[in-house]
Design a protein around this ligand. Structure first.
Ligand code: NAD
Ligand code: WQD
Length: 337
């Protein structure tokens, strides 16, 4: 298959590009490099011995997307391109709605002109909003708490309506939980700009001495140790989930939703202690008040993906912590080092 990865130079996209190339597929990347570097794809080539051509361009621009489809016959699209910083989305909602929704709509418009019907979409566990019942199942009610989340929710809606109107379409909505870690080589990984918002990149920068300590946001949640619990998933497991989703999508039509998580929640302190043990170092931390907008617990019921996609996460928390640090240690300044 020849697969177009929008946003394929980014964190999850580059790991998925590697998996697809290793499975024998051809990969084309369309990315505006807003939050990524072409170096990620250069390293994917180094690891696989295969090239994924990069088209630097914007997915919200219909002419650009059309040009890609004119240039290459494309069998399926994995749509990673999107802005993802929750805090920034609250400050700049229009930027998020415009970028994330226009990109989804432009793809929906251009793809059928080239008989391309298969699309796998990067959605998020954030669409479950403040649901209290755990584990989260795909048929649970949805709703969001910030503009970023709503862009995922509305994209899911758009894709569902477009597929309902055209029975040839096959769309898969993947709700990712908390991806962390890196390829085991340490050559590709997560390279956030500025001070990281997310837990694992923050811990990695504390470990490297770039930041002096971790702030643990709240120890008064109704959880085992009082700190927030999440469903962390190794980015390589997540990448393999996309391969399984593509194989499923090409054989059918309609819309399907899958959680991609492990089904096991870990607390902030579980992550800190596992990271310390796996890598034989200390992570200084202090307990601070809760971060506004955070929920206590969030984890997946991962049975649907197991039953229908024949996929489940294989890598444990130890591997996630080891691989995250291996990447950080080898690339203290990310791809620009
Ligand atoms: P990322 O920022 O590393 O990758 C996204 C890529 O999309 C970047 O390379 C960026 O340059 C590109 N991009 C953004 N807007 C674009 C546009 N208009 N045209 C072309 N390229 C554009 O993020 P990621 O962590 O790899 O996430 C990939 C997708 O998964 C995103 O849609 C994100 O919202 C979603 N997601 C991520 C997480 C997470 O925790 N990382 C969780 C759930 C969902
Ligand atoms: C994890 C846990 C924090 C940083 C976010 C988005 C979500 C999705 C994934 C895209 C929480 C705690 C964190 C720190 C801390 N992205 N924490 N100190 O908030 O679960 O999800 O990324 O779709 O939409 O909201 O991930 O890594 O920020 O936090 O104590 O410095 O770590 O309170 O319990 P989150 P996270």
């Amino acid at each position: 298959m020849r697969v177009l990865l929008t946003g394929g130079a980014g964190y999850i996209g580059s790991h998925t590009a590697l998996c697809l190339l290793q499975a024998g597929h051809d990969v084309i990347v369309l990315d505006n490099l807003d939050n990524s570097s072409p170096e990620s794809l250069r390293r994917v080539q180094e690891l696989t011995g295969k090239q994924a051509p990069l088209i630097v361009g914007d997915c919200t621009d219909e002419k650009t997307v059309t040009r890609v489809f004119e240039q290459y016959p494309i069998d399926a699209v994995i749509h990673f391109a999107g802005l993802k910083a929750v805090g920034e989305s609250v400050a700049k909602p229009l930027k998020y709605y415009q970028n994330n929704l226009d990109a989804t709509m432009v793809l929906c418009k251009v793809m059928p002109k080239y008989n391309c019907n298969v699309l796998v979409f990067s959605s998020s566990a954030t669409v479950y909003g403040t649901n209290q019942e755990m584990p989260l199942r795909e048929d649970f009610p949805t709703g969001c708490t910030n503009p970023y989340g709503w862009t995922k929710w509305i994209s899911e809606r758009i894709l569902t309506d477009v597929a309902a109107a055209d029975p040839t379409r096959s769309f898969i909505l993947l709700r990712y939980f908390n991806p962390i870690g890196a390829h085991e080589s340490g050559r590709i990984g997560e390279d956030p700009a500025g001070i990281p918002n997310n837990l694992m990149p923050f811990i990695c920068q504390v470990a490297s001495g770039k930041l002096d300590h971790l702030r643990v946001f709240g120890d008064d949640y109704p959880t085992r140790d009082g700190t927030g619990e999440r469903d962390y998933i190794h980015v390589m497991d997540l990448a393999e989930g996309h391969l399984a989703a593509l194989e499923y999508a090409i054989k059918r039509s309609g819309v399907e939703i899958f959680n991609l998580g492990t089904g096991t929640p870990y607390s902030v302190l579980d992550i800190v202690h596992t990271f310390e043990q796996a890598n034989d170092l200390k992570i200084p931390y202090e307990i601070t008040p809760r971060r506004p907008g955070d929920i206590a617990v969030c984890y997946a019921d991962a049975t649907r993906a197991k039953e229908l996609l024949h996929w489940e996460a294989k890598r444990d928390l130890n591997a996630m912590c080891r691989d995250a640090w291996n990447w950080q240690k080898q690339n203290p300044r990310g791809y620009n080092g």
